[in-house]
Design a protein. Structure first.
Lengths: 209, 77
């Protein structure tokens, strides 16, 4: 039995659209902050080196053996990312006529492909700007979130699915304008923020109300 | 801290992590739901898409505006 046979399609679109909007705006906001200098660019290597130095400064032994806590933390991170993939699969599955099965097969194929490509081109991949990827993902999630949330309220978007491209272009342009505006209006903010946020670099997902 | 509160905060932080975004999107959805369901507001139904897009963009601007203000306050301090 399909999910959309159990739950009304509009309710499913609303929930998925709402969640995608929350995820997407969070990613987009962080990416814009980093582009405009309000936040440090995320550098995993630097964070790892800083954490390693902190551990050594506390007198902790930093060895090469398998650390159970590290394994658990990595597993948790991958699990969270996997959950995001699940949301995207459900979103695509509820939006099209081919259903969850096709979306799941697509996600599984993409997973295998990413692992293979990642293994083959590991070094060049490390040079792809992380913030650029997050910015694009933020735009995509916000675009799909808007589209499906709108459809749940009976909105018939002009040009049907083609409107997704227009929506993405609109969010891209607005984001570029916002980055430029923040850079121009707050030239001094960057240096102040860089100094004050340095201690929380290793706590990227801190709770901020 | 209470375990339940920890779980709630973890879920909140995983999904959104920013109160402005949560309130902004929720408010936009409430406005859309009202226009969609209340008969007296039926004349606004043609502009639902525009209201949604404006709501999303306003939320993004508000969330970024707060971050800019935070940075300014840190600088002043």
């Amino acid at each position: 039995m399909r999910l959309r046979e159990l739950i009304p399609l509009d309710a499913l679109r609303f929930v998925i659209g709402f969640l995608l909007l929350l995820f997407g705006l969070k990613w987009l906001k962080n990416a814009i902050q980093r582009y405009s200098g309000l936040k440090f660019l995320h550098d995993e290597e630097a964070i790892y080196a800083a954490n390693l130095a902190q551990a050594r400064a506390r007198g902790e032994a930093v060895g090469t053996r398998l650390d159970p806590f590290g394994v658990l933390l990595s597993y948790k991170s991958v699990l969270l990312e996997g959950l995001e993939v699940a949301f995207i699969v459900i979103s695509f599955g509820s939006g099209g006529s081919s259903g969850i099965g096709a979306a799941a097969i697509g996600a599984a194929a993409a997973g295998v492909l990413v692992i293979l490509v990642g293994a083959l081109v590991r070094a060049p991949l490390q040079r792809i700007p992380e913030n650029t990827l997050k910015f694009i993902v933020g735009i995509m999630l916000t675009t799909f979130g808007t589209f499906w949330a709108g459809e749940s309220f009976g909105i018939n978007w002009p040009f049907s699915d083609l409107f997704l491209l227009m929506l993405a272009a609109l969010y891209l342009v607005v984001s570029a304008v916002l980055i430029t505006a923040i850079k121009q209006q707050q030239p001094r903010v960057a240096s102040a923020t860089m100094a004050s946020e340095a201690p929380i670099l290793s706590q990227e997902k801190e709770i901020r109300l | 801290m209470n375990v339940i509160l920890k779980v709630i905060l973890a879920v909140y932080n995983f999904f959104v992590g920013d109160l402005v975004i949560l309130i902004g999107i929720t408010l936009t959805m409430v406005i859309l739901a009202l226009i969609h369901s209340v008969g007296a507001l039926a004349s606004l139904q043609g502009g639902l898409g525009l209201i949604l897009i404006v709501g999303v963009l306003a939320t993004l601007v508000a969330a970024l505006g707060r971050e800019v203000m935070r940075s300014e306050n840190k600088q002043k301090a």
